[in-house]
Design a protein around this ligand. Structure first.
Ligand code: OSB
Ligand code: MG
Length: 372
């Protein structure tokens, strides 16, 4: 495949409620959609999951735009008509880091390539299900009120979500987890600290063991591998890594060292869907459960994540929630929860397109880039 043109669309979409984590609060999703036009005139779409500031990782919206324009697109100059998705990944790998920018660009090209072959992403990745189990990630209420938290969780339970994930941080942990567990004794429940704790908190977090949790996600800083080993030894609750995992090699290290026994796979964090599939394959070989993470995606990113989550090793519900959990109006036709599941798109490529009028309405900035 050759590249005719890359169009970047920067959208600003209000969230239905602010999303507070240990690293900050997001009220409006600042998201970049990548539209690739290939030499044969096919359009493909990818979502860049950066946030507007470097709080989750070092990447952010402006860094992604800069690295795409200055380094990633130039690295694809030599692609020829026979080049496929693996060639795109290899060419982008010449640039270090910036996985979210790489994922956005490579997914737009993968979508176009698949559309040109009339093949779905789910089929290409090796999906074996046509619906996926959905969980929901619940932020820290800005009011820090347990009553408000229980009200929000109750809405999700009533909607049919199959698993609840509570964002935690020091000072917002034992009480909210205990309150949710008391209100719903049987709901699958897990936590996500986004790196907010320290090694010395291991015995303290072990107090959450009594609430019968599925896992704790990323309790410690992303580079503290030995700390996660100590945490895994201190807690009966399994430790899962999110921010630490950038490649199949880091997933292998996590499982081998005993830093984590479960892996959250986010394509944006690992540079794209091919590497996401590699991590899935590795974890499946080792009998380690994986689940699909989320980054408050629009329907574009969600469509691709749902295809990935349909692979057989995704044995835990993902942060693949319905459009309505995030947005009043999504940029694609909305993903709707049915019996706690989302349907895997079946059309060519990612199987969905932005609605032109909605895209125009939400767009605050756009630009065109060419590989020369
Ligand atoms: O750590 O999983 C995370 C959202 C933004 C950044 C990081 C994370 C999250 C979520 C939300 O937990 C997942 C979703 O519903 O998209
Ligand atoms: Mg996380």
């Amino acid at each position: 495949m050759t590249i005719e043109l890359i169009r970047l669309h920067r959208l600003s979409i209000p969230l239905v409620r602010p999303f507070r984590t240990s690293f900050g609060t997001e009220s409006v999703r600042d998201v970049i959609l990548v539209e690739a036009v290939t030499g044969d005139g096919v359009h493909g779409w990818g979502e860049c999951v950066t946030m507007s500031w470097p709080g989750y990782s070092y990447e952010y919206g402006n860094s992604a735009i800069a690295v795409m324009a200055e380094h990633l697109l130039p690295s694809l100059r030599e692609l020829d008509a026979d080049a496929g998705p693996e060639d795109v990944r290899a060419a982008l790998d010449v640039v270090r880091g910036h996985p979210m920018a790489k994922c956005a660009l490579s997914t737009a090209l993968l979508d176009a390539w698949l559309r040109g072959r009339d093949r779905s992403l789910a089929d290409y990745l090796g999906a074996q299900r046509d619906r996926v189990d959905c969980g929901v990630s619940v932020g820290i209420p800005t009011s820090e009120s347990i009553v408000e938290l229980l009200d929000e969780v109750g809405q999700y339970v009533d909607a049919g979500y199959r698993r609840i994930k509570l964002k935690i941080e020091p000072g917002w942990d034992l009480e909210p987890v205990s309150a949710v567990r008391s209100a719903w004794p049987d709901i699958p429940l897990q936590t996500d600290a986004n790196q907010a704790y320290q090694r010395s908190d291991a015995q303290y977090l072990a107090r959450l063991d009594e609430f019968d949790l599925l896992l704790h996600e990323q309790p410690l800083p992303e580079d503290d591998w030995y700390g996660h080993v100590l945490m895994s030894q201190a807690c009966r609750t399994p430790i899962c890594m999110d921010e630490s995992i950038h490649s199949a090699a880091s997933a292998d290290s996590a499982l081998t060292f005993g830093a984590a026994s479960i892996i959250n796979i986010k394509p944006g964090r690992v540079g794209g869907y091919l590497t996401a599939r590699d991590i899935h394959d590795l974890c499946r070989d080792r009998d380690a459960p994986v689940w699909c993470g989320g980054m408050l995606e629009t329907g574009i990113g969600r469509a691709a994540n749902v295809a990935l989550a349909a692979l057989p090793g995704f044995t835990l519900p993902g942060d693949t929630s319905a459009s309505s959990r995030y947005y009043e109006v999504d940029v694609t036709p909305p993903f709707v929860l049915e019996d706690g599941q989302l349907a895997v798109p079946t059309g060519p490529g990612i199987g969905v397109d932005p609605i032109p009028e909605v895209l125009a309405d939400l767009t605050v900035w756009s630009t065109e880039l060419r590989p020369e």
